[in-house]
Design a protein around this ligand. Structure first.
Ligand code: ASP
Length: 441
C-alpha cells in the first residue's frame, strides 16, 4: 500500500467505500451509523479543500500575473481560454443532443413509471427548492452578470466561496496595478504572495494524503443515501445516454490532448486522475479546484501564468459535463411527457445550456437548477410539466452529477493545456518528490 501511486490509493478507498456502503444498507442501523460516524469524515475533507480554495486562487493568480512581463499577454490568455471554453461547451451540448435524439430514452418510459416517480417525489423539498432557486436566478437583467462580477466589498466576497468570480476580478485588477507601480513597492507584495502560494500548495498535498480515507467516507455516504434502486434501474436508458455522451466528450478531450497538445492522452489521464477521482466523489468542481490546480501545474507542466487564470475561471464558467447533461435531460423530459421539440427548440437548448454552464455554481446539484431555466426557455413546458420533469430525473441526479463534475474538471484541465501549448507555456512537469507519499515527508 505504501508505495502505491495516489490515484490507486484513492481508487481502493472508493471501492472499499462502495462495498462498505452496500454492507451497511443490509445491516440494521447501518445507514444511521454511516451518517453519524462516517459521513463527517468526508465532510471535513471537503471543507478543508474549500477552505484553501480562495487563498490558493489569490496567491496563485497574483503570482501568475506578477510573473508576466507585459499585460497584453494576460489579455491573450483570457481571450483564448474563453473562446475555447465556449467552443468545447457547444460541442458538449451537440454531443448530448445527438445522443438523446438517437437513443430516445424518454420514449420508452411508461406512464406507470412516470406516475410512480411523480408520486414518490411529490412535494420533495429538494426539488421545489431547485425550482425556486432557478426562479430567483432568472429575475436578473441582461448585464447583471457583469455587475455581479464586481464586488463592492472585498471581505464579503472573500468570505463566500460562491463569489469566486468577484475575487478573481479583484486579484486581476490588483495584479495589473502591481505591474504598473515601481518594482520597489511591488516586490514585498510579490514575495509575500509567492511564499503564500508555496505554503498553500503544500497544504493541498497534505490534505490529499488523507484523500483515500475521505473518498471511502464520501462514497459510503452516497451509497447509503441513494434513492430506491428499482427507480434507478427504471431510468437506466436515460442514465446510459448521459454516460455515453460524457464518454464521447472524454474521447474528444483526449483527441485534443493527443493531436493539438501532442501529449500522450493516457499520460494526461494518469496525471490528472486524483483530481478526476475527487471530482467524482465530491460532485463539486469548486471543492476539487485546489487539487486540479496542483495536478495541472506540477504534474502536467502548465505554467502558472496560464493555469492560475484558466482553472479558477473554468471551474466557475466552463461546465461541459453539466451542459451535455442538460441537453440530454431536457430532451428526455420532452420525450417522456410527449412534448414535441422542433429543430429551433433544440437550438434554444444549445444557447440556454451554454449560458447555464456559465451561470451554474460549481457545487453538487447546481446543474439541475439551471435545467429548470433551460426547460423554461424552450417555452413548451407548463410549470407542472417542469416539476414532473425534475421528479423524473431526480433519482439519478447524484450519480450523474458525480460523472458530469468529472467531465467539467477534465475539460478545464484540457483547456489549460491547449492555452498553454498555444502560448508556449507548457513545460516538463516537475512533481515534488514526496507529493503523493506520506512516508517521504
Ligand atoms: N456539480 C457540478 C460541478 O460542480 C455542477 C453540476 O452539474 O451540478 O461541476
Amino acid at each position: 500500500m505504501k508505495k502505491l501511486p495516489l490515484h490507486l490509493k484513492i481508487l481502493i478507498g472508493m471501492f472499499l467505500g462502495v462495498i462498505f456502503g452496500f454492507i451497511m444498507m443490509q445491516v440494521d442501523g447501518g445507514k444511521s451509523f454511516t451518517i453519524d460516524w462516517i459521513k463527517p469524515l468526508g465532510t471535513i475533507f471537503v471543507n478543508l479543500l474549500k477552505l484553501i480554495a480562495i487563498p490558493l486562487i489569490i496567491a496563485s493568480l497574483l503570482k501568475g500575473i506578477s510573473d508576466l512581463k507585459d499585460i497584453s499577454k494576460f489579455a491573450k490568455i483570457g481571450g483564448r481560454s474563453i473562446l475555447i471554453y465556449v467552443g468545447t461547451t457547444i460541442i458538449a451540448i451537440t454531443i448530448g443532443l445527438f445522443a438523446v435524439n438517437i437513443a430516445k430514452p424518454g420514449s420508452g418510459i411508461s406512464d406507470e413509471t412516470i406516475a410512480t416517480l411523480t408520486e414518490t417525489y411529490a412535494g420533495n423539498s429538494s426539488i421545489s427548492s431547485k425550482i425556486s432557486t432557478a426562479a430567483s436566478q432568472q429575475q436578473s437583467g441582461p448585464l447583471d452578470f457583469l455587475v455581479d462580477m464586481v464586488p463592492s466589498n472585498l471581505f464579503s466576497a472573500l468570505s463566500d466561496n460562491g463569489s469566486m468570480l468577484k475575487v478573481i476580478f479583484f486579484i486581476i485588477f490588483f495584479g495589473i496595478a502591481m505591474l504598473l507601480v515601481p518594482e520597489k513597492s511591488a516586490k514585498p507584495i510579490k514575495d509575500f504572495f509567492d511564499g503564500l502560494n508555496d505554503v498553500v500548495l503544500k497544504m493541498v498535498d497534505l490534505i490529499m494524503l488523507t484523500a483515500p480515507f475521505a473518498v471511502f467516507a464520501l462514497l459510503a455516504t452516497v451509497i447509503v443515501s441513494a434513492e430506491s434502486w428499482e427507480i434507478i434501474v427504471a431510468l437506466m436508458k436515460y442514465t446510459s445516454t448521459v454516460i455515453v455522451g460524457l464518454l464521447l466528450m472524454i474521447g474528444f478531450y483526449l483527441l485534443l490532448v493527443g493531436l493539438i497538445v501532442k501529449k500522450n492522452p493516457f499520460w494526461f489521464l494518469k496525471q490528472l486522475a486524483p483530481a478526476q477521482l475527487l471530482a467524482f466523489t465530491t460532485s463539486s468542481s469548486a471543492a476539487t479546484l485546489p487539487v486540479t490546480m496542483e495536478r495541472v501545474e506540477e504534474h502536467l507542466g502548465v505554467d502558472k501564468e496560464v493555469s492560475s487564470f484558466v482553472l479558477p475561471v473554468g471551474a466557475t464558467i466552463n461546465m461541459d459535463g453539466t451542459s451535455l447533461y442538460q441537453a440530454v435531460a431536457a430532451v428526455f423530459i420532452a420525450q417522456a411527457l410527449g412534448v414535441d421539440l422542433t429543430f429551433g427548440d433544440q437550438i434554444t437548448i444549445v444557447i440556454t445550456a451554454l449560458m447555464a454552464s456559465i451561470g451554474s455554481a460549481a457545487v453538487p446539484g447546481a446543474g439541475m437548477v439551471m435545467l429548470v431555466i433551460v426547460l423554461q426557455a424552450v417555452g413548451k413546458f407548463t410549470p407542472e410539466q417542469i416539476a414532473i420533469g425534475l421528479t423524473l430525473i431526480f433519482a439519478v441526479d447524484r450519480p450523474l452529477d458525480m460523472l458530469r463534475t468529472t467531465i467539467n474538471v477534465t475539460g478545464d484541465a484540457t483547456v489549460s493545456m491547449l492555452v498553454a501549448k498555444s502560448l508556449g507555456k507548457l513545460h516538463d512537469p516537475k512533481p515534488k518528490n514526496w507529493d503523493d507519499n506520506l512516508e517521504n515527508l
